[in-house]
Design a protein around this ligand. Structure first.
Ligand SMILES: [Cu+2]
Length: 132
């Protein structure tokens, strides 16, 4: 009986952790009643040794959410779909071009899928949006 209880507690903990791990980042609703989520281009991202580049690095969102990236670093960055700078398909889905410090780029995700993106200037900067 104790063993069953113990296994039950472990399963409950694992389930709880999996919920936390896969929890969508909380979408806000803007004045047009659209779901919006913010991702920060982290200060210091121009350096490959920065701890984070896009925060959150992985964003779980629902279809119809507009994601806005804000450049909180002191130099230009991009938000470019794809994960390989040499691929001809990079930027086909979205491409911010150069985002100046303090400026933003917004893309509305209308399809489900897992979307990799990176910074064209600093290809070590990688992020992912998972749309369900
Ligand atoms: Cu960059």
């Amino acid at each position: 009986m104790k063993k069953i209880l113990f296994v039950g507690v472990i399963l409950a903990l694992a389930y709880g952790l999996s919920i936390i791990h896969s929890a969508p980042i909380s979408a806000q609703t803007n004045s047009n009643n659209n779901k919006v989520v913010d991702i920060s281009i982290v200060s210091g991202s121009r350096s490959a040794s920065n701890l984070k580049f896009y925060d959150p690095t992985k964003a779980n969102i629902t279809i119809g959410t507009a994601v806005t990236w804000t450049n909180n670093d002191g130099t230009y960055h991009t938000v470019t779909s794809g994960n390989n700078p040499n691929s001809p398909s990079i930027g086909n889905l979205f491409d911010s071009s150069y985002i100046s410090p303090g400026q933003t780029f917004t893309y509305n995700f209308t399809k489900s899928g897992t979307f990799d993106y990176f910074c064209f200037i600093h290809p070590f900067m990688k992020g992912q949006v998972i749309v369900k």
